[in-house]
Design a protein around this ligand. Structure first.
Ligand code: IVH
Length: 681
């Protein structure tokens, strides 16, 4: 909390407001190149702020815009993850009027209201269901401090710099502390424009505005984000002591505060009114500037919401109605084939472009050979394509074929060699998929394995995204996962678009990954069918890579969750010479290829005599893993902050009490990355 936030004089308020306005102006000017203040206005405000700070030295703040120049630095590579204050739940979906009626009656029954005659005492707020990405905006004493994506529902990425590019998002709203949730969207016009540009650049097109919005929100450069033109609709307010006893009142309040809240909201008092809303927007939504995929119904009274409560995943007081999928007839021009990271070949239908649910569709997945045969599809057929809320278009039926000559069409044949590397394909008898067996030479497989290896749940190497991997692969810097540990700042800096800092960030991320525990390294290796959970179980039974590599199929099958197929996959992986070489190189690079117990054994005395408090939530390791690491380096983990505390290992959302105590006693806070660097020495 700002030390001076209890000072409430008009002058102090003015000072805070000026700092905020100048910060915002700097950001819009330097980062987005979209100034909102004239130079004159900016200078006048800056002068007034300097004047106030000179008159009140006690209000000085090193972070004030008077002390630093505007910066064009975008957020650091990768986003900061934070825990949600309230879990970000989803909504139960329904697809028919009957289901809506059933839900409404159930709600009324549970609230002890009779639906038999006319209006009930249960008001339902009907809203549009926006088809974008959910976002949670946090305002602390009126200031926008974080903007978290849904993430896994418990933790999300803080994409505040990108959210700040949306002109309708207020950076400051009076004095409230609240969370407001909504949907980030890319309007149809922006979406079409971007795809147009991508087409001209021969870049892959975004399938729909939601994907485009999601890609945009994860971009590292807010200037590019700003140019894309995101929009936002807010629909859910959370917080203590807010005005209003109903959802509707809260939304009105949010609108009055300056938040962008849609007008397409109606309080309905019976099922007839609900259905009228659904029917009206079923058609009218086609004229909206953004994508919608249904209607959301919410019990209006907050007290009634509380009575109804939640299931594990969704509120009982709200439900979504999804609009039916749209269907159209078009011609299947050609079938092409894509190679995935595990070598699976997916056939793709290339269609005559059609307009479907607001987007141009020209491709659809055909899943596998059996799917094509079951529909008896051939190039040149007229096919029915459907696109539901789940935006990937599907071919659902084929029109009877009329061959001019009356002769039967030539039989469909799946290719027998890999379209990327020419290796003969194989098909497991029990599986519908054809695979390219060239695991160590087929480019999409090689790149896919690297992408999996660096992914968040595996080695979590920030900075090595799909595009960077593509580039490094093309430039010959990366061919397999062990090459990652040979990368050097100088090599990266030689490539276009990288500077010392961004190159160093990548190398730091790679260094930090050497602390990732054995079970996750095992998952990262990408052995077929060895997912996160199986990897954990295997790592417990086989506490080192050598023990696992030496295990027989019988020993493997004895592990919980490991059946003969998985065991065979593991054996095949370790029987491959190339993989053994990779393991050897990973060992030499210093990765944890043995279990925590061993890792927990004394590794150094770097933290000897140090008393360390752990607080907050972490990205790279769990709290228990940090406890083990502290012990492994001779340190002592203690629960509460005292004079004797050497430092606090501080994650996100550190407890306020610990923070206060640390400030009072002058105890240093060490971030997760600093700590990992400390022990890496
Ligand atoms: S309310 C606890 N209202 O749909 C209630 N969600 O399929 C939280 N969505 O996760 C959600 N429009 O991302 C709500 N008017 C609206 C919405 C909406 C779109 C999204 C939201 C949610 C998803 C569930």
């Amino acid at each position: 909390m700002d030390l001076f936030s209890f000072i409430q004089t008009p002058e102090h308020d003015e000072l805070l407001q000026l700092r905020q306005q100048l910060e915002e102006a700097n950001y819009r000017y330097y980062v987005l190149s979209q100034p909102t203040l004239s130079d004159r206005e900016f200078d006048d405000k800056m002068r007034r702020l300097q004047e106030l700070e000179a008159q009140h030295p006690e209000w000085d703040d090193p972070a004030s815009p008077t002390h630093h120049v505007g910066s064009d630095l975008s957020a650091k590579n990768g986003f900061r993850q934070m825990a949600h204050r309230y879990p970000m739940l989803s909504l139960a979906n329904t697809y028919s009027e009957q289901e809506i009626q059933d839900w409404y009656e159930r709600v009324c029954r549970e609230l002890g209201q009779d639906t038999a005659s006319g209006n009930t005492g249960v008001e339902i707020v009907c809203e549009l269901k926006y088809d974008g990405l959910s976002i949670a905006l946090w305002y602390e004493n009126g200031v926008l401090t974080h903007a978290l994506t849904r993430g896994d529902g418990t933790r999300g990425d803080d994409v505040i710099q990108n959210i700040k590019t949306i002109p309708s998002v207020p950076w400051q709203v009076d004095k409230q502390t609240l969370e407001i949730r909504g949907e980030v969207l890319l309007p149809w016009t922006s979406f079409d424009k971007i795809n147009h540009e991508r087409e001209a650049q021969e870049e892959p097109l975004f399938a729909n505005p939601r994907n485009a919005a999601s890609g945009t929100l994860k971009l590292q450069d807010p200037k590019v984000v700003a140019a894309r033109g995101l929009d936002i609709y807010l629909y859910y307010v959370l917080g203590e002591d807010l005005p209003g006893n109903t959802h509707y009142e809260r939304l009105q309040y949010a609108r009055e505060c300056g938040f962008p809240v849609s007008d397409a909201i109606r309080v309905c008092r019976n099922i007839g009114e609900i259905m009228a809303f659904i029917n009206y927007w079923g058609t009218a939504r086609r004229d909206l500037p953004v994508a919608t995929d249904g209607i959301v119904l919410k019990v209006n009274s907050l007290a009634q919401q509380q009575t109804l409560g939640y299931t594990a995943k969704t509120p009982r007081w709200a439900i979504a109605y999804k609009f039916p999928a749209e269907r159209q007839l078009t011609r299947l021009r050609k079938i092409t084939y894509q190679v995935g990271r595990t070598g699976v070949i997916t056939p793709v239908a290339n269609l005559d472009p059609i307009q479907l649910s607001g987007t141009v569709v020209q491709r659809a997945t055909l899943h596998n050979e059996d799917f094509i045969r079951s529909l008896d599809l051939h190039e040149g057929d007229d096919v029915w394509v459907e696109k539901g809320g789940e935006i990937i278009p599907k071919i659902v039926a084929v029109e009877p074929r009329q061959t001019e000559s009356g002769m039967p069409t030539e039989e469909f044949r799946f290719p027998d060699v890999c379209p990327e590397c020419g290796t003969p394909l194989v098909r497991d008898p029990e599986q519908a998929a054809w695979r390219c067996p060239n695991e160590t030479g087929c480019p999409p497989q090689l790149k896919g394995r690297i992408e999996h290896f660096v992914s968040r749940k595996a080695m979590n190497i920030e900075g090595l995204g799909v595009e960077t991997i593509d580039l490094f692969f093309e430039k010959g810097l990366l061919r397999d996962i062990a090459d990652i540990y040979r990368l050097r700042v100088e090599d990266i800096m030689r490539l276009d678009g990288f500077q010392q800092r961004s190159a160093q960030n990548i190398i730091d991320g790679i260094e930090a990954s050497k602390q990732v525990p054995w079970s996750r390294v095992l998952f990262a290796l990408g052995i077929r069918m060895v997912g996160e959970t199986t990897a954990k179980k295997l790592a417990r039974v086989f506490p080192s890579v050598d023990r696992l590599a030496a295990a027989s199929s019988e020993q493997l099958v004895a592990t919980e969750d490991v059946g003969p197929l998985i065991a065979e996959g593991i054996r095949a992986w370790f029987d491959n010479e190339d993989n053994l070489l990779i393991v050897q190189r990973l060992k030499e690079a210093g990765l944890c290829l043995q279990a925590d117990e061993d890792a927990a054994a004394v590794q150094s005395d770097l933290l000897q005599g140090r008393s360390i408090v752990i607080s907050g939530t972490f990205v790279h390791h769990s709290r228990d893993e940090y406890k083990d690491l502290i012990a492994a380096h001779g340190g002592k983990n203690t629960g509460s902050v005292s004079k004797k505390t050497s430092f606090i290992l501080a994650g996100d959302n550190m407890g306020p009490e610990k923070r206060r105590k640390a400030e009072e006693l002058g105890v240093e806070l060490i971030t997760e990355d600093q700590f990992l660097q400390m022990i890496a020495q």
